[in-house]
Design a protein around this ligand. Structure first.
Ligand code: 8YV
Length: 328
């Protein structure tokens, strides 16, 4: 790399300490308004930068990569999931892709537990009732939810976040079950006292809570299809803090409305930021605006990772968080 600072275009507003450090280290072009970039602006950006630092709100597909200039060498994503980036097309064009794994694991796991508890214990319904002036006094059979302890939790995708959720859930007295491409190591399985299911169908029929922690890939698209959702017991709840495309959202909404599923806690949606209108009207659905990693600490750490990836590349080394197509 020549001695000049690389031109880094950051597509969204990042925490101040991250932006400041980026300006110190790179020729960084920041997005002060935080308006998501249009396709036209993205095409312009990839045509004149060395490094693009995008987020989930930017679609970096093969068509966009084909429009990139000779200069573009690195796409340093601010986020762990890279389903909005065509990694194979980038690599074929000689562009490295990096992400920010690890630093958002614990916060996402915390939010998953929040959704499990809020859904089972009807926390949002209760809070809304108080604010609407409907709390007229305690009653023995009002706002009854379901007990957390003793329930079976089925985790789909036992990676970093899935395991972090399992640790928390175990402490709350839940029995851990999981479906994964392969079983976790004996050490982890023993620690979590976790039961492995190679058949997702078999696991679904047996658990009380399902929580999704898989990446969005062609193989996981509608993994929780209408057919699979119907395998769940009617008292079961579905939680998703991973990616909306993994669940058939329409089928989920239909089953909730028909009373064939007890509840859903969703932080992500199939056509984000659009939310299925049926879900919006469903009191058993706890809906959050994709805030799994939304803590000051996680977002600063994610920015730090973006910086480390860019700096390492700039210094002629392999960035630590390189994503390869075969990893997906
Ligand atoms: C991020 C996420 O905030 O990292 C991820 O994959 O889903 C979120 O927690 C978002 O992707 C930022 O681009």
């Amino acid at each position: 790399m020549a001695s000049r600072k690389p031109k880094v275009i950051v597509t969204r507003k990042l925490p101040d300490p991250v932006e400041t450090r980026m300006r110190e280290l790179f020729d960084a072009e920041l997005n002060l308004t935080d308006e998501p970039m249009s396709r036209k602006q993205l095409i312009d950006a990839v045509g004149r930068c060395d490094v693009l630092a995008p987020t989930i709100t930017d679609k970096i597909d093969a068509g966009l990569i084909a429009k990139a200039g000779e200069r573009l060498k690195l796409i340093a994503n601010f986020g762990a999931g890279v389903d909005h980036i065509d990694v194979a097309a980038a690599n074929a064009a000689g562009v490295i892709v990096t992400n920010t794994p690890g630093v958002l694991t614990e916060d996402t796991a915390d939010l998953t537990m929040t959704l499990i508890m809020a859904t089972l214990r009807r926390v949002i319904e209760g809070a809304n009732a108080v604010q609407a002036g409907e709390f007229t006094g305690w009653a023995p059979t009002w706002m009854l939810g379901r007990r957390l302890g003793g329930k079976r939790l089925g985790i789909i995708g036992m990676g970093r976040i899935g395991a972090a959720v399992a640790r928390r859930a175990k402490a709350f007295g839940l029995q851990i079950h999981y479906h994964n491409r392969k079983p976790v190591s004996h050490v982890v399985a023993d620690e979590l006292e976790a039961t492995y299911w190679d058949s997702l169908d078999q696991m679904l029929a047996r658990v009380d809570i399902v929580s999704v922690h898989a990446p969005a890939t062609p193989a996981t698209y509608h993994l929780l299809s209408g057919r699979r959702l119907k395998l769940l017991q009617p008292h079961a709840i579905v939680v998703n803090t991973a990616r909306g495309s993994i669940i058939d959202e329409q089928a989920l909404a239909d089953l909730l409305v028909e009373g064939k599923l007890a509840g859903a806690g969703l932080d992500v949606f199939e056509l984000e930021p659009k939310v299925n209108p049926k879900l919006l009207k469903c009191p058993q659905a706890v809906l959050l605006p994709h805030m799994g990693s939304a803590t000051v600490e996680a977002r600063v750490d994610m920015g730090e990772k973006v910086i480390i990836n860019i700096k390492t590349w700039m210094d002629g080394h392999r960035p630590p968080d390189r994503v390869l197509p075969q990893m997906l």
